[in-house]
Every structure is written in C-alpha cells, then in structure tokens.
Design a protein around this ligand. Sequence first.
Ligand SMILES: [Fe+2]
Length: 249
Amino acid sequence: MYGLPRLTHIDDETARTVQAVGVSMLVETMNGSAEGTESTVLGPFHMTESPRRELGDSIDFLGTGRPCVVSGRVLTADGTPLPDTELDVWQCSEDGFYDVQQPDVQPPGNGRGLFRTDGGGRTVVPSHYPIPTDGPVGRLLEATGRHPYRPAHIHFIASADHHRPVTTHAFVADSPYVDADAVFAVKRGLIADFTESFDVPAAPETVGARARLGAAGSGRRRIRRVRDLAVGQLPAPTRRGGGTQNASA
Ligand SMILES: [Fe+2]
C-alpha cells in the first residue's frame, strides 16, 4: 500500500538509480510468475492515475507523430478471452517524453489510458526515450560509459479478478536500443513487430485503442500491432479443484 507511492514521492531519482543499476529487473526476475505473459519493470513514469477511456479511444492528444493502432486481447493462461479486465496503458510521446515531464506541452493524461476489456476480451494499446540524466543517475551512466536510452515500448498492467496482475511492456522490434535497454527490462518474448500499413483505420471490432507511436521515423504511416496478454491464475486456497492454467503470451 505504501511501497511505490512512498518511493516515488520521496525520491524519484532513487527509483531511477535502482533501475539503472539493474536491481529492479533482478528483483522482478526473481519474483516473476512462470504463467502467462512475461512481466517486466514498472518503470519510473507510472506516477499518475491513467484516465478512464473507452475501447477504441485514442490516448494521443498531440496529433504530431506517426499514427499507431494497437489491439489485442487479455487471455487466461489457457487462452480463453478474459472479459472485464482492467488494462492500464502508458507511453511517451513521439519526442520521447511522458506527459508528467512536459506539463507545458502535453495535456495531463496524454499517452495514458485505463481501459476495460469487453466480452470478447479485446484490449488495447501503443513508443524510445532517455531516462532523466540531470541527477546522480546521469553521472553514474556517464562514469560507467553507458547511454541513458530505453527502446520504444508501451507499458501495460492487466488486472482481473482471481488472476495475478501482470506488469509488462511491448517493445518495438526495430527500435534503437532494443538490445541495450538502460534499465535492462527487455525480455525476448516481449519484443513485438510493429508493421507499417497504409490501410484504412482498423475496424472498430478489432481495435482496442489508438495512440501515436513515439519511435523514430517520419511520415504519416499507419502502424498496427495486435498484441495479446495472458494472465495467470492466483493461488487461491479457497478454490475447489485447484487446477491451474498454463499459458503463453
Ligand atoms: Fe516507459
């Protein structure tokens, strides 16, 4: 209850330092679940409540980057679509900044959305940026000859009743730094192909949400990615049967 808010409230630089030296990823790996989609670090910018949005809503309010359409489903570990799942999504802008870093440029909640899957289990989402280097983290990276960049990614937290929440990313396969994340959070299974398309916008029934892709590049090309997330069942002593569901993302 108090852990993350206290950490982010007291000192964001401390949180960034922990991530930049790989401790966050080490702890995450030691405590991650073998079920469902692989988890990874929360990251330093989940620091504001995502605004509630409807499926199909855009999370981009700048309108300056390459449009990106992302869709997918939340599944149980055995692959069954899981309706009524809360999906928290956040990403940086096409310039590599989160809304909280640019209060004079981005409206609050830009690049963020809190969605809920529908009966078909459909859900959503969609960006590379440097972690802030104006403090000790920057000096640490400089002293050790490391760059501060994270590969383009979209953050997700999927939460459903009776299932273990999963905090994860979708990394853009051809993004710079995908093999050299400053916080070591890339797992091979979380790298996703984002394909370019000049199609008309995806049909509403296949689109969870739309957002701008902040990755490098120019030109107004539509990119679409279908992404499924699988959540494992929580150990539940009071449940009968005790069957667990195994899944892959
Ligand atoms: Fe991020």
